[in-house]
Design a protein around this ligand. Sequence first.
Ligand code: FHN
Length: 486
Amino acid sequence: MIKHASPFHSFRLLLVALAGFALGASLAAQPPAAPSAADLESPAAREARVQWFRQAKFGLFIHWGLYSIPAGDWKGERSPGIGEWVMNRMQIPVTEYAKLAGGFNPIYFDAEAWVQMAEDAGMKYIVITSKHHDGFAMYHSKVSPYNIYDATPFHRDPIKELSEACARHHMPFGFYYSQSQDWHEPGGMGNNWDFPSNGEKSKSGAYDRYIREKAVPQVKELLSNYGPVCLMWFDTPQEMTRERGQVFIDAVRSLQPNTLIDGRLLPGGSGGDYQSTGDNAIPPEGKDGDWEVPATINQTWGFRKDDTNWKSPGEIIFKLVDIASKGGNYLLNVGPMPTGIIPQGSQNNLRSVGRWLKVNGEAVYGAGRSPFGDEFGDYAAKLRDRGGKAPFLPRTDWRCTTKPGKLYFTIFHLTERVGSSNDAYFNLPAFKNAIKTAYLLGDPQKTPLEVKTREDGSRSLVVSRFINDTMGAVAVVEIAGDAVGH
Ligand code: FHN
């Protein structure tokens, strides 16, 4: 099978080309100067860095660590909430939690199988927890022996194996790294049951020592030893001032200037290349700029044995198309088990999504946001939530994404039958452009759909009423002109 170069790979070629162009003919004989820090923070540099991310739209998030062993239970007691927070929720002392490492031996871990699953699911990048809040490095770190290679009987570096598998599949690969919270270290944020409070650590210099001696050196290891890193996914920026954040930015930019920084390095998203929404927080309407929704496939990030509440393929497809039509990316998480296996239920549903994307991916990858907006829903006229605000009442019948000259209507629900036939109308929103042709992405023949135009100018596509019986069906409407006119 022919593998196409990934968008990330194309982006690297583009950067090389741009650098060559910028240098100009008069400097052709000299070695290219390294870009300055200011150049790397320029809008043009950010614009170039973010191209692959805009195309990708759908990524795999992986939360994997020691917490997958207790999997939501501690000493027979159920720990509430998300699985990877068990140490914090149960206030487990560092020395006791660290003993989990002795029993961590994920012998069924198969990097190739994980990357293949992401590819089958139609996901275009992978981000894995290299170190979560528990402080345990899931790679062979020389900075701290508290890592999977040195502290477990597994004695392998899964991040290395994954980076190699990703390279084989041209799959962009990035790292989650908990820069502030580190419950294992006296100076890290978040562990106030073993160590002094966050405020005291910040004032005493312990936090800065942790950043200097563990967090930044580990980020440097990740950017030095695992090939191209598509993005660094920082999280929960507690006590993260601009000065502290800058040290991380400098580390990333100096080692891999093309690596994206997510929106959670600093409070408010400053310093990042794109915005992260809240967890599972899909904006109600379209949103400017580059952004990503990190989301769970069940109710937890790290594996919990009592949570098999997988989102169905249909739900995942709706969310993916909904997010794409609003202008964002969907980073969907799985929580592998301590055996090294990704729970089968989550794998099955992701593969179903992949089969849908094989047919309909043109409507998602690299697609622009909706030129309409009413389809998202509206704020309630009378209802008020507890905070006195009007809640947003979403509509879910269809979503629209775009490419030049094309509108992709993903239809989730058809409401109007054509008489007593097996046809239904899909009522198009109003736009001025003439329609050149319309067809279903699921129809390899691209059989033209009938477009019914009424006296008032409103137009509908005539489609089989069965097209979306299982999941959304995409109708492509090719229009005169590149963009929609209202
Ligand atoms: O505390 C973490 C949580 O464990 C998980 O990693 C999520 C993923 O977005 N981020 C934090 C909470 O927002």
